[in-house]
Design a protein around this ligand. Structure first.
Ligand code: GLA
Length: 702
């Protein structure tokens, strides 16, 4: 069923309906936009009934201390409102309260725009809704139609309301460098809970994604509401639950304390805050997100990501032509399709102390430039890519010596260095133009196929001296990154981009509109990676999840892990190789080549299929990918406490009437058996046991 928007004029009620979700809002008597429904598909009559109930139920009780507004789509300040405001402004005379007047609405096929204006001041707001399947995209525009500036103290993309109830549970992602995307799931306190990044990038520490359920949802059952913000700079989401059990959240760009001056005639447009509802549990929510990312967000929706090789863990900063050629030869021999030279190839970049900003090949390391390396990589049958960190500069660089004013800074304040680097202010048109110009020339000259776009520190002293509205830098910098990427892609159609910020510091729906994959973490330890991938996969599909097989012991954790296990974990995403292949034994190279070949066989199912997370007893977990009749199961059992054999891996995505053949062993399984007693696994004994199983459905009742 295509998405539709309906309007009921008597109640001034709009209903948006997608394949399995409806969303309804209405204009209240005070012209504010009230939330009516988010959940099951309902008819317009049913939505009207819900709106009438909402109108009759006073919000809330009879006490002079309670508020009486009801759930709003974009709460402002003023009136009896005491929750977190989604829009906070201050007019030139000091007034902060807003009172609305409805000025119009526009319905198009799958989208709705509701226009409001302040009753006195020249402030206009447009609330936007667009259905993309069952994902509802929401964003806001605020416009100053007057002649004096208006201060915008907060401008969220959207406020969302979930059904009231005795209990709410919040799922969200936390982390740090090397331990990103750790899923947390705990009861929502009766309080305001803030998820935020004040770092100028999306951040390792919190990701702008969340899910809310009533405490009873599971992987494949239960009602789940989930939302994700499409923004790659600082952000803030405030989740709230009040003592009577009402709950919701509001979110958007910028962290608390920032403000923007809306000049006369100016419009500020927020990023999209997307939301979805499902009755199919956390797994169902993830699958809806995956579909949305693949079909609506990614620039190349149908493309299959290549197996890449990256030099970072092999060489660190010690790159040169001979060393890279040796790695490239081995990588090609293993079946890599894309070779990416990481940090250390430019300027005086022989360590993290110098050279960032001087984007010309180091003449000692690459006396002939990079063209011969690129040519040899291509002769070996691979595409060629480079690591870059375009937003950053080392103070010890020619760029900084020439343009010390190009970085984020504040007068009379020290410039805090992290990893010996500062952040360029890409909000400045001259800095953005320079950045685009050198990137465009580099990509064009070498015909680069791939950029690993890194950003290895957060913002500090994020000022913009001389600018009348210095907090603008938080919006302008991120938008400039977007614009540069968009332009590069438009001008170089073959170019693909990986989003990296010291690992998973910039993974969000905003960056994925212009990138093809994400580097989720600098932690490549396959055991740690299971948890990181579990969290990452709540929102993002395997198609965008870079995953390298690196050396053992692991450089970060020192853990020793068999090659097969390392491969099986990395095969759950976009397989890459990141080890020092020149030190791998002949046996290791042979085994690795076999595993790369095996990945290529299952890759269409992993990258384009539907993912179901499965688990067995003990530490056994896995992912089951389904594409048509083809099924791939990757399962990992990192340890066996007490030597116990893990419990069966019960599949959830098989038809009980179906018959499935194991393509490697020839064994057949009935769907009923796979659902009830599980998939028999031939797990090797001991720790770090893993399997790859390929099934195909062989009955023709499908
Ligand atoms: C960051 C990235 C790494 C690597 C280094 C290079 O830490 O996450 O993968 O590219 O920078 O300095």
């Amino acid at each position: 069923m295509p998405a539709a928007v309906e309007f009921e004029p008597h109640r001034r009620l709009w209903l948006l309906t997608g394949p399995s979700t409806s969303y309804a809002v209405r204009l209240a008597a005070d012209d504010g936009v009230r939330h009516v429904h988010w959940g099951e598909p309902v008819t317009l009559d049913q939505a009207a009934e819900l709106a009438d109930r909402d109108e009759r139920t006073p919000h809330p009780a009879a006490s002079s201390f309670e508020h009486g507004v009801g759930p709003e789509e974009l709460p402002v300040e003023g009136g009896p409102r005491f929750g977190p405001a989604a829009l906070r402004v201050r007019f030139a005379d000091g007034t902060r309260a807003v009172e609305w007047r409805h000025t119009g609405a526009r319905v198009e096929a799958e989208s709705l725009r509701i226009d409001l204006a302040d009753r006195h001041y020249p402030l206009a707001v447009a609330l936007h809704y667009r259905l993309a399947g069952d994902v509802l995209e929401r964003w806001t525009e605020v416009t100053n139609h007057g002649t004096t500036p208006i201060a915008v103290l907060r401008c969220d993309s959207a406020a969302w309301t979930v059904p009231a109830g005795p209990r709410h549970r919040l799922s969200h992602l936390v982390g740090a460098w090397s331990s990103e995307f750790r899923l947390q799931r705990a009861d929502l306190p009766t309080a305001e809970t803030v998820l935020t990044s004040r770092r100028g990038v999306t951040s390792h520490h919190a990701n702008p994604w969340l899910a809310i359920d009533d405490g009873t949802a599971g992987e494949e059952h239960g009602e789940v509401f989930s939302a994700a913000l499409a923004w790659s700079g600082s952000w803030r989401i405030t989740v709230h639950r009040d003592p009577s059990g009402r709950a919701g959240f509001t979110g958007g760009f910028g962290h608390e304390g920032l403000s923007w001056t809306l000049a006369p005639g100016e419009t500020l447009e927020t990023p999209v805050f997307a939301g979805l509802h499902t009755r199919s549990g956390f797994g169902g929510a993830s699958r809806s997100w995956h579909r949305y990312v693949r079909d609506e967000i990614l620039p190349e929706t149908r493309e299959t990501r290549p197996v890449l090789y990256n030099s970072w863990e092999a060489t660190g900063f010690d790159v040169d032509e001979a060393g890279q050629l040796a790695l490239a030869a081995r990588a090609a021999g293993l079946g890599a399709e894309l070779f990416v030279m990481d940090d250390g190839w430019f300027g005086a970049r022989t360590s993290e102390r110098a050279g960032l900003g001087d984007w010309t090949p180091n003449p000692h390391r690459f006396p002939r430039g990079l063209a011969p390396l690129a040519a040899e990589v291509r002769r070996l049958g691979m595409r060629f890519g480079l690591w870059l960190e375009p937003e950053m500069v080392n103070p010890d660089s020619d760029l900084y010596r020439t343009h010390p004013d190009w970085v984020l800074h504040m007068p009379h304040r020290r410039r805090t260095e992290m990893r010996h680097q500062l952040v360029l202010n890409l909000g400045r048109p001259d800095v953005a133009a320079w950045t685009h110009q050198w990137l465009d020339a580099l990509v064009g000259d070498l015909g680069l196929d791939f950029l690993k776009w890194d950003a290895n520190r957060p913002f500090t002293e994020a000022g913009w001296p001389g600018h009348p509205d210095p907090d603008r830098v938080h919006l302008a910098h991120t938008r400039a990154v977007y614009q540069i990427m968009d332009r590069l892609r438009a001008d170089h159609p073959g170019l693909r981009i990986e989003s990296c910020a010291g690992g998973g510091g910039r993974a969000d729906l905003g960056i994925l509109r212009r990138t093809d994959q994400v580097w989720p973490s600098d932690n490549t330890d396959a055991v740690d990676r299971i948890a990181i991938q579990h969290g990452f996969g709540q929102l993002f599909p395997a198609r965008v999840m870079g995953a390298w097989v690196t050396d053992s012991p692991n450089v970060t954790t020192g853990r020793v892990i068999p090659l097969r296990f390392r491969f099986h974990v990395a095969m759950a995403g976009v397989l890459g190789l990141g080890g020092n292949l020149t030190a791998w034994t002949t046996e290791e190279l042979k085994e690795a080549a076999g595993l790369v070949a095996a990945y290529k066989v299952v890759r269409p199912v992993v990258q384009h299929g539907t993912a179901y997370r499965v688990s067995g007893g003990g530490t056994l977990t896995g992912v089951h990918y389904v594409l048509g009749a083809d099924q791939v199961i990757l399962a990992w059992c990192p340890s066996r406490p007490y030597g116990h054999t893990p419990g069966p891996l019960r599949l959830t995505a098989v038809d009980p009437q179906g018959v499935y053949r194991d393509l490697d062993t020839g064994a057949t399984h009935s769907g009923a058996a796979l659902l009830t007693s599980g998939l028999p696994l031939d797990l090797p004994a001991g720790d770090h046991a893993s399997v790859l199983v390929r099934l195909t459905r062989i009955d023709d009742s499908e």
